[in-house]
Structures are given as C-alpha cells and as structure tokens.
Ligand binder design. Sequence first.
Ligand code: OOG
Ligand code: MG
Length: 263
Amino acid sequence: MLHKDTIEKIAASLFRAEREGFEVDKFVDQYPEWNADLAYRVQDRLIDMKCEAEKTKRAGRKLGLTSVAKQQMMGVHEPVYGVLLDSMQVTEHNTVSLEPFIHPKIEPEIAFVFKRELKGPSVSVPEVLDATAYIMPALEIIDSRYLNFSFTLADVIADNSSSSRFILGGPCSKPDKTDLTLTGMVFKKNGRVISTSTGAAVMGHPARAIAWLVNKLAEVGQNIAPGEIVLSGALCEAISIADGDVITMSLDGMGSASTVFTK
Ligand code: OOG
Ligand code: MG
C-alpha cells in the first residue's frame, strides 16, 4: 500500500514535469507495489493541482488504449481513463504551438457529449447511446511525461493517461443516425493518408468503451454528468508531429476535425 505522502509526491512530480516540460522516470521501478487503483488516486490529486494552478475545471473524460492498434503500440493491454479539463480544449482552425509539449503525438477519436447522467454498474451500449446528445469527430494530442514515452499501466494512469489537448471538429451528429461500428475513418498528415480505420476498432463499438468507463467509474463512486465530453479512444496508432504539420481526421458522413502545428 502506498502511503498518502507518496501519492502526493508522485502527483507533484508529474505536475511539475508537465508544467516545466521535462521527462520523469517511470515510478514502477521505485514502487513495485504500484497498481491501477493507487494510480487513479494519484491522477485525482494531479487533476486537483492542475485545476487550482490553471484556474480551470473538468470538461469530461478520455479513454485510452481502447483499440488493439494502440494497445500493441504502447505495450499496455487494458483500457485506461483520464480527465479532460477546459484548459485542454483547443479550438479547431487555431494553430497549435508545439512549445509546451515534451514529445507530442496526435490521434483520431470519436467524441461523445451526454445529455443525461450515466451511472454504473452494468451500463450497456444501448444505454450509452440513449444518454448521448451528439457525437463529433475529434483529435487528441497526447504527451507522456515519462522518459521515451514508455510506461506501464499504473504509470500511464497516474499521468492522466497522457492527456494533453483535444480538438472537437464538426458537425455534431445524432448517434441514432448511424451504425458507428461501420463508420469509416481516414487520418491524414499533410494531405497524405497515414491510417484508415472504422468505429469497430474501438472495443467493437466506441459506445462499448464509454460503457466500460462508466462501469469502471462506478467502482470509485463516480459517474458521467450531463454536458460532459468523453473521447472514446484512438481509432489507430498515434503519430508524431512537427512544425508545419497539417492533421485531419474525417469520419464517413460525420464531418472532420483538423489542426495545424507551429514551433
Ligand atoms: C496512452 C493514452 C492512449 C488512446 O486514445 O488510446 C490514448 C498513450 O498512448 O500514451 O489516449
Ligand atoms: Mg486518445
């Protein structure tokens, strides 16, 4: 069992690493008793620190490692979640400066916005879809605070699941208008296709990832509130970004999300 002071210490070092833009060593070597439950407690403390320092508030949640492509890429074979803050949202068509990041990557996602509270346990895919106000194409910029972007399950959870920024595209669609398992996705960098995928890449159905999240949150007495944004997880591998890159993700019949990077 990790002592409360240790949880505080890990949260503070991840907080400083992000603010000052340096990498830290994985905590697993120092704390072999480190596990996912303890790491979510660190994540909670880290989010409190960020809310206070950035004078911001919670906007929703993100899922990570919900596709086989991402699990294989990172060597972690379980989904994770993190918190989205208002300060992480970047408006589409605004240029994003690479300056604050350590080793950023970008990935295509499907975003959900909820009109009703979702509370586990045993929430199902139809219940998730029924509580959804709309879905949107989205991009997530991830940035690990760990050396060489390398981590274990507990490490990545503590680091708020590599959350960094998110961009919502448009338009907003009703989830009942489409079968998300078959929704095609094209991911482009500078006009070249980097990956293609479909909604089924995310746990068979992106709403299944949301159901997993809601049922997992129930274990710690938390839920999804109306108006919250949830990113369901990358549909394919994340890619590195550099000055001048133009990134676009398009979803069949559901629009696109794009962004441009500068130094
Ligand atoms: C962990 C976060 C993964 C996703 O969509 O799969 C994630 C990471 O790969 O650094 O956000
Ligand atoms: Mg992601």
